[in-house]
Design a protein around this ligand. Structure first.
Ligand SMILES: NC(=O)c1ccc[n+]([C@@H]2O[C@H](COP(=O)([O-])OP(=O)(O)OC[C@H]3O[C@@H](n4cnc5c(N)ncnc54)[C@H](OP(=O)(O)O)[C@@H]3O)[C@@H](O)[C@H]2O)c1
Length: 177
């Protein structure tokens, strides 16, 4: 069965965005390392589908660039009805059933993009297979958590061969659930 992989970056204190959704701290040019994309393009090769909460989708739309996942099948979860677009399909009801069925379909792995609310939902439903988490060397103090407060306790297993410490201070760790 295809796997659901959460590939995401967080501050050292576990936030994925500032309280207002801002991710400027993540995009700071001082973190750039020439010819280094922290495994991103290799990861993109392994997936053909993405999952996003509507807040994350809106944040992606707010970025000053063309929709970045146009070669993937993209699902956006919202409790309200929305018209599908050229790039995304909205899912409103029974999202756990929907994701379960998606996993059973043939295909490459599925990227759980986030954010924290959707991450907790997928985790609690037992549908999350792997986490590739890049810690950014910053403490924000407050913000949107990697998993919302609804997340239940889960013990994770380290994938020892797949951890990277980059010279800009990024620490990438991989866990299975
Ligand atoms: N650091 C990173 O790598 C990274 C990665 C991803 C995201 N982010 C950031 O994370 C922030 C968003 O995270 P978030 O936790 O606030 O929100 P989120 O998980 O992206 O989206 C929450 C939204 O998902 C929908 N939703 C939640 N539960 C649902 C359910 N049971 N059924 C149907 N729809 C449901 C609702 O949309 P409606 O309100 O439309 O009903 C809800 O408001 C953004 O600022 C984004 O930039 C950062």
């Amino acid at each position: 069965m295809r796997r659901i992989v959460l590939y995401i970056a967080a501050s050292l204190d576990g936030y994925i965005a500032r309280p207002d959704g801002n991710i400027d701290w993540l995009q700071d040019k001082k973190y750039n390392i020439p010819d280094e994309d922290f495994g991103y393009s290799a990861f993109l090769e392994t997936i053909d589908t993405t999952l996003m909460g509507n807040s994350t989708y809106k944040a992606v739309l707010g970025m000053d660039m063309p929709f970045p996942y146009s070669d993937k099948k993209n699902y956006v979860f919202s409790r309200s009805a929305h018209e599908n677009t050229e790039h995304v399909t909205f899912v409103k009801d029974n999202i756990v059933d929907f994701v379960e069925k998606l996993k059973e379909q043939p295909g490459k792995d599925i990227w759980l993009i986030g954010g924290g609310e959707l991450n907790a939902l997928v985790l609690n439903a037992g549908l999350l297979d792997e986490i590739i988490l890049t810690y950014i060397p910053i403490i924000l103090g407050k913000g949107i958590p990697l998993f919302s407060a609804d997340a239940r306790e889960h013990k994770l297993k380290l994938l020892p061969a797949h951890n990277n410490l980059y010279r800009n201070g990024f620490l990438q760790v991989r866990y299975t659930t």
